[in-house]
Design a protein around this ligand. Structure first.
Ligand code: FE
Length: 378
């Protein structure tokens, strides 16, 4: 992580924390994936290592005099996509929402730095690995909600109620149909077979998405076999690892590699602009454990002064009326069963999903990172 130029201005006291303090806090809390450029196509507004993470005036006002009718969200989701839904909540309920957008790592660092002075009520981010980290750092508080228990399957929620999933995304295999046939693709592990030598494209192991995928493989295959698979992947690489899924998919389209692993919604976004995009999707592990799915989700901030109001908003986001919009706004899958997915996603067909509780992705994250490092996966 590049922390060399970061300072955080606290809204209430205007104190500026030095980089040393912030770095120390991150070190102590083991925020191992803060450097992950998660959602590279989202939250592009503030990369890690930018000059300053500052708080705007509206947020400062909120912190100064807490307003129970205002909910402040720290979000790593694309503001353009999430804002219309939040505006609708304000219209329906009169509750005002302040949206502060950044990447997950900087948002968590900011919550650490702000401590009890934080104006934040809710963390909205992607990947169970990130939500688990936030929970481990003590940034979230547990909630008990019958609504969430009804709307969100248990495997997509923290068992202690620290966070809940709100949408689903699949991380699966994509291929060049001019060189590969659908029946040649089976599992993530099969991509380690020498038959794919020089044909595989992968995103960097710094991505929390890959950390979660490898964590799921450790759970499904065991550590020994997973490490062999990673070594095989590295041996099969067609080129250097990619910094984001979109470039990887474009590389398959350009003939640079024949197969690769990416999140389904990046593929969906490209399709919106290029309906003839020459890459196909394949649902991995259909004959075995099912395709790896992860969540976007939310939790109530430990130091929120409006926990009840925040939980109501999270419950609303899990409801029938919000689910379709929330999921389809970014080509994701609804987390609530019985809510229709978008037409585009429907065209990719139904698939068997891995049944693992996504909390495991957090629990096994450190082991996954160490394993990828040891196996030479950059
Ligand atoms: Fe993403």
């Amino acid at each position: 992580m590049s922390l060399s130029a970061i300072s955080v201005t606290l809204p209430s006291s205007k104190l500026t924390l030095s980089v040393a303090v912030l770095g120390m806090m991150l070190g102590l809390t083991g925020c191992s994936n803060s450097s992950t450029p998660e959602e590279s196509a989202e939250a592009e507004t503030a990369e890690m290592g930018t000059e300053q993470v500052t708080t705007d005036n509206a947020t400062a006002d909120n912190a100064a005099n807490a307003d129970a009718q205002t909910i402040t969200i720290y979000s790593s989701r694309n503001e353009q996509l999430i804002k219309p839904l939040l505006d609708r909540y304000t219209e329906e309920t009169g509750v005002k929402i302040e949206l502060i957008t950044d990447k997950a790592g900087p948002l968590m660092a900011r919550l650490q730095a702000e401590g009890q002075n934080t104006p934040a009520d809710m963390l909205l981010t992607v990947d169970a690995g990130n939500l688990w980290q936030a929970s481990q750092q003590g940034l979230l508080q547990p909630v008990a909600s019958e609504v969430l228990e009804t709307n969100v399957p248990a495997k997509y929620r923290d068992p202690k109620g620290m966070w809940t999933g709100l949408s689903l995304r699949a991380r699966t295999i994509f291929y060049d149909p001019s060189k590969v046939t659908a029946d040649q693709i089976s599992t993530y592990a099969d991509l380690a077979d020498p038959k794919w030598k020089g044909k595989l494209c992968l995103r960097t192991s710094n991505s929390v998405y890959n950390q979660s995928l490898v964590a799921s493989m450790i759970e499904n295959l065991g550590a020994e076999q997973t490490e062999q698979v990673i070594r095989g992947w590295v041996d099969n690489l067609a080129t250097d690892v990619f910094s984001d899924d979109t470039s990887l998919l474009e590389a398959i389209a350009a003939g640079q590699c024949e197969v690769g692993i990416a999140n389904s919604y990046y593929y969906g976004r490209i399709f919106d602009e290029k309906p003839d995009f020459p890459v196909k999707i394949s649902w991995a592990n259909q004959a075995t454990t099912g395709t790896h799915v992860n969540i976007s989700g939310a939790g109530v901030i430990a130091n929120s002064d409006n926990a009840d109001g925040t939980l109501k908003l999270i419950e609303w986001l899990s409801s029938d009326s919000a689910q379709g919009i929330y999921a389809s706004s970014d080509k994701e899958y609804p987390i609530k069963e019985g809510v229709d997915e978008s037409e585009l996603l429907g065209s990719w067909g139904q698939f068997k999903k891995d049944d693992i509780n996504v909390q495991k992705f957090g629990e096994l994250q450190t082991q996954a990172i160490q394993m990828m490092d040891k196996a030479g996966y950059k």
